[in-house]
Write a protein that binds this ligand. Structure first.
Ligand SMILES: [Zn+2]
Length: 406
């Protein structure tokens, strides 16, 4: 059930985040639409299998292949039906003579291809999936070992990843989470035909980590949501809290739905993150690669130069990420390599070092410049939004179901 990461000699603690949610608005189930098509119409619905083409689907249902040609023609400039994606649903309505009345193919979560018969053949349109947004409360407690699976059925894992992204500059989700940490989230829940589909944007969060309370308010500015603290200061900083990203690790080890609490050691002027060999390593900030290669005890090393004489070192790597070259630019969070044990290392770990004007400093106590705050012109709007969100967070209880026992 719980697989263990191959971390040599280190007990692996596995944390799951317990999610309990409650809806603010109970949405009445929609009445089934009155069938307007003739009764003789039949619906063929399915999901594209791996390697399956529209041709295969037509053969499976014994459909007219000359119509397949017309459908391909009609949709050629809209969405090429040649590239069906495995796992995507489709629905074909046929009449008594096996003639196609309409075909719907869901391209992704956001759009579907709608092909309908008309007088001259078929006409195709790409339509946006119109979700109904409902503001939803989610809360929970972090527990040691097993807090809970963030029940994938509710899209909880994606929510946890969003949460780790929002606090990526302040909290290292791979090692800072503590037994008893609590979180409250106000998030958009997206519904289709009365059915929950997924979570949308997180609107606000209260996260108590190791006794310290963090807030995030997702405020829209220039069509984009950015996260700010209660004073309207950006949560973004020049460096991420850690070079090992919860999101990257989660997708890298996606098969077991677990996340290691990594061990950090400080044996010298740097940090050592004990992690499974192959764990992805990312750049903590924007910069330029000024060294890539072998260097004594560091083994395979990457050095990145950032603004203001700042530099970061990533040592003992097993290998470098594709496309990483001396002189190339990297963005914050970009993949640069993988944890290994090259150089002087007894087991796989990442050696991470920050230097200012070539002097090593403690990465955990750095004072880092923040991103742009809420613009003065929007401050009144922000305050209103924040007050509204704060009230929601304050009145939200924390669900305390003991998932560990399940
Ligand atoms: Zn080290």
């Amino acid at each position: 059930m719980i697989k263990r990461l191959g971390i040599i000699g280190v007990a692996v603690l596995i944390a799951f985040i317990a999610f309990r949610s409650n809806f603010e608005i109970v949405k009445p189930t929609k009445e089934a639409p009155v069938a307007q098509q003739q009764i003789c119409h039949k619906e063929l619905a399915g999901v594209v299998n791996k390697g399956e083409t529209l041709f295969d689907i037509f053969k499976k249902y014994n459909l007219d292949l000359t119509e397949l040609f017309k459908i391909k023609e009609a949709s050629a400039n809209i969405h090429r039906v040649r590239d069906l994606h495995p796992g995507q649903p489709y629905k074909i309505i046929i009449d008594n003579d096996n003639k196609i009345h309409s075909l719907i193919y869901w391209i992704d979560d956001e759009a579907f291809l709608n092909i309908r018969r008309n007088e001259s053949g078929f006409c195709a349109v790409k339509e946006q999936v119109e979700y109904e947004k409902i503001v939803h409360n989610v809360s929970g407690t972090i527990k040691n070992n097993l807090v809970s699976s963030i029940s994938d059925e509710n899209g909880g894992l994606l929510l946890a990843l969003q949460l780790s992204d929002i606090f990526a500059w302040d909290i290292d989700f791979t090692s800072d989470l503590r037994n008893g940490d609590t979180f409250k989230i106000v998030v958009e829940a997206l519904f289709l035909d009365g059915q929950f589909k997924k979570y949308g944007n997180i609107l606000s969060v209260e996260f108590i980590n190791n006794g310290k309370t963090y807030y995030a308010f997702g405020f829209e500015n220039k069509g984009k949501i950015d996260y700010y603290d209660a004073d309207g200061k950006s949560l973004k900083k020049a460096f991420l809290k850690a070079p090992l990203s919860f999101r990257r690790i989660s997708s890298h080890f996606s098969k077991g739905r677990f996340h290691p609490i990594l061990k950090i050691y400080r044996p010298h002027h740097g940090l050592d993150y004990t992690a499974a060999a192959g764990t992805p390593v990312s750049s903590v900030g924007d910069g330029t690669i000024i060294f890539k290669g072998r260097k004594g005890q560091y083994g395979n090393l990457i050095i990145i130069r950032h603004k203001n004489g700042w530099g970061t070192y990533y040592g003992h790597l097993s290998k470098f990420a594709k496309g990483i070259k001396r002189g190339s630019r990297v963005g914050q969070g970009d993949l640069i390599g993988y944890v290994g044990s090259t150089g002087l290392a007894t087991g796989p770990h990442l050696h991470y070092e920050v230097r200012i004007n070539n002097k090593p400093v403690n990465p955990l106590t750095l004072k880092l410049p923040s991103g742009s705050p809420v613009p003065t012109s929007l401050m009144a709007d922000f305050s209103r939004f924040r007050n509204d969100m704060r009230l929601k967070l304050e009145t939200m209880g924390i669900q305390t179901t003991d998932y560990a026992k399940k």
